[in-house]
Design a protein around this ligand. Structure first.
Ligand SMILES: NC(=O)C1=CN([C@@H]2O[C@H](COP(=O)(O)OP(=O)(O)OC[C@H]3O[C@@H](n4cnc5c(N)ncnc54)[C@H](O)[C@@H]3O)[C@@H](O)[C@H]2O)C=CC1
Ligand SMILES: Nc1nc(=O)c2c([nH]1)NC[C@@H]1CN(c3ccc(C(=O)N[C@@H](CCC(=O)O)C(=O)O)cc3)CN21
Length: 317
């Protein structure tokens, strides 16, 4: 079922989780171990992130370095199928522009269609680890909106091979990303919002946000979106803080702020165990406040901390 149908049919706040494919070599059981504690809380859908190949320099026996290409987290499409089979829950595979040309993307979409997956989250993707700025793949897309248009074409039965006859139209429900604290490359909030509006006008069905730790920023973002005519559902994305390093890593990697109340509590903590308690408390507080404000859904980035998230959702419901 489509994410938008889940939102429409829900009696209560929709809960969803996001996971990363396991690192290559780990096997599917590691993923099930991650999901098992979460499934009790009946998520409406599970997002699975998408990862490109990376160039890494491997040190050889003779001391020289060899450039090798590795895809550390393959398997998004088949992981979605495995989750659907095991837990009978909808999945939302992510698709990214970076690292894939349009033919590879079409093949991924065809696979998803065959698997009976009704949703995709279309993203540009981060810059490759060995690059400072995002560089599109030759023959690939530059912006999420270009990828979105490719999905829209397939939803209209238009494949890359234009002379295909009697084609089947796919029916993907399309999500896009939004940034309550602005995407770091956008010159200002207004411009970023206009690009977001372009994605919605091009057919995005809903928005899921970057993580944030101050609900006031989310509410202001929703207001700003509504003011410029973005009327699709906006799902808040939430992530707990659970170690001291995240005090600097989260702002650096995700270009978001931690509110002073939260950062000063974390600074006071003696160890990461204490940070985890503070982070869980903060997440519960944020979730309750958003739920009380009437948000349609809460989307949790569970990465590495399923039990913490499960515990928060348990107290929330
Ligand atoms: N994997 C995930 O679940 C998520 C990933 N992200 C990451 O966030 C980053 C951005 O992805 P998206 O938001 O999907 O990308 P996007 O293509 O919508 O936007 C990327 C940047 O380009 C700007 N932009 C958009 N259209 C433009 C245009 N026509 N001309 C000039 N600038 C334009 C935007 O303001 C933004 O700064 C990626 O690094 C993505 O991986 C963000 C949220 C979720
Ligand atoms: N820029 C960006 N890229 C993403 O892939 C992404 C977002 N933002 N925001 C929404 C979700 C959340 N995702 C993720 C992916 C990885 C971690 C993660 O590994 N976090 C580590 C530190 C990050 C690092 O060291 O690179 C953590 O300690 O939280 C968190 C959220 C994937 N998504």
């Amino acid at each position: 079922m489509k994410v938008t149908e889940h939102l429409k049919n829900a009696q209560n706040t929709v809960i969803s989780f996001e996971i990363l494919p396991p690192l290559k070599g780990k096997g599917i059981q590691s993923l099930y171990n991650h999901l098992d504690p979460l499934m009790e809380y009946k998520p409406s859908f599970i997002n699975v992130t998408y990862h490109r190949s990376e160039h890494v320099f491997k040190k050889m026996g003779d001391g020289n370095f060899k450039k090798v290409v590795v895809r550390k987290r393959p398997g998004t499409e088949s992981i979605c199928a495995a989750i659907m089979n095991k837990y009978n829950v909808d999945t939302v595979p992510h698709l990214i522009c970076g690292g894939f040309d349009v033919n590879e993307t079409e093949d991924a979409l065809i696979n998803l269609h065959y698997l009976g997956i009704d949703n995709v989250l279309v993203l540009r993707g981060d810059a490759a680890k060995n690059e400072t700025n995002f560089e599109p793949e030759p023959g690939g897309h530059q912006y999420a909106i270009d990828l979105l248009k490719q999905v829209q074409n397939l939803n209209s039965g238009l494949y890359l091979e234009e002379d295909l006859k009697n084609t089947t139209s796919t029916k993907f429900c399309i999500g896009v990303a939004g940034y309550p604290e602005k995407h770091f490359e956008a010159p200002n909030m207004d411009t970023d919002l206009q690009f977001l509006k372009q994605k919605v006008d091009a057919g995005a069905d809903y928005i899921v946000t970057q993580m944030f730790f101050d609900n006031a920023k989310f509410f202001a973002f929703v207001d700003a979106c509504r003011a410029i005519g973005i009327n699709v559902p906006i799902i808040p994305g939430l992530k707990p803080v659970y170690n001291k390093k995240q005090l600097t890593i989260l702002p650096k990697v995700f270009h978001i702020d931690l509110p002073t109340d939260l950062s000063s509590e974390i600074i006071k903590c003696k160890n990461d165990e204490d940070v985890e308690k503070v982070g869980a408390e903060w997440l519960l507080h944020q979730s309750r406040d958003l739920k009380n404000a009437g948000v349609e859904a809460l989307h949790y980035y569970t990465l590495g901390k399923p039990n913490l998230i499960a515990n928060v959702v348990k107290q929330l419901l």
